[in-house]
Design a protein around this ligand. Structure first.
Ligand SMILES: [Zn+2]
Length: 276
């Protein structure tokens, strides 16, 4: 059995928000048995995720990829070889991402072109994960006012790629409907639940999702430094706070926090192909 009792499947301790105390934060995770996957959003933060993961013998892992909101603003266009090189150079890379489709922050005046590039770059990263037998960390965000379409679009892409085989994957920071969650789990994916489930507002649908999706298909995440749980609202989030997400899931499921912790940690290890 793993010595890690909790698994934060999505954190950004590799981001500048932690530049002064990343070591204290990760050391504290190790002491308290919190495993964590550090997720990159472009080349430098992906490299940084690997750098930090390699400092620890276990319990810290890296995901490398290009986030859809960064597709347009890179100094160089996306090259799959850059990420493939990182995978070959480090055994600590367990996933590709975060990648996906973001309808929320499209650049004004070139929405259609940007979305087309997002799709291409997402599909390239999906295939990279498939070819290297790595997990895929999928970011999906709906437009703030238009009818929802981003989850449907991600589902469509996954279904078209399914014939050639889908990698393991997680729909990170899931905020869709129960039906959408079930469509993803039917494709073998995991549903990632953040601290939003602890919010007094906006959490009702997410609680329904947590209740409906089998516990074996849920993983927990903080997305730190963002999305601090209710009791830390407005503060910087950190991986240890994933315990609050677990507690809320346990409440939705009617199981003990220990059971929810054990199962979601096992799920994350299965998702990322981590043996012990
Ligand atoms: Zn993230």
């Amino acid at each position: 059995m793993s010595s890690f009792r909790l698994f934060d499947s999505h954190a950004h301790v590799n981001f500048v928000a932690f530049e002064d105390d990343w070591r204290a934060v990760l050391d504290d995770c190790q002491r308290h048995g919190v495993a964590v996957t550090l997720v990159g959003s472009q080349l430098p933060t992906s490299r940084r995720a690997i750098e930090l993961a390699e400092l620890y013998p276990e319990g810290v892992y890296a995901a490398v990829g290009l986030h859809p909101v960064h597709v347009a603003d890179q100094p160089q266009p996306f090259r799959v070889e850059d990420y493939a090189a990182m995978i070959s150079a480090s055994s600590r890379v367990v996933a590709i991402g975060e990648t996906g489709i973001d309808h929320f922050r499209l650049p004004a005046g070139r929405e259609a072109q940007d979305l087309e590039r997002q799709r291409e770059v997402f599909i390239a990263q999906l295939r990279l994960a498939r070819d290297h037998e790595l997990a895929l960390v999928i970011h999906t965000r709906e437009h703030p006012t238009k009818p929802p379409a981003a989850y449907a679009e991600v589902l469509g892409i996954l279904r078209r790629e399914q014939a050639a085989g889908l990698p393991q994957g997680v729909i990170h920071c899931f905020l869709g409907t129960v039906e959408e969650a079930e469509a993803f789990t039917a494709l073998g994916l995991y549903v990632g639940i953040t601290g939003i489930i602890t919010f007094e507002k906006r959490s009702e649908q997410l609680r329904r999702v947590a209740a409906a999706v089998p516990l074996e298909r849920l993983v927990v995440e903080t997305d730190s430094p963002y999305l601090a749980p209710q009791s830390y609202r407005g503060k910087r989030n950190q991986p240890q706070y994933v315990a609050h997400v677990v507690e809320e899931i346990a409440r939705c499921k009617g199981v003990s926090a220990a059971v929810a912790a054990e199962q979601t940690s096992e799920n994350a290890r299965r998702l990322f192909g981590i043996k012990n």
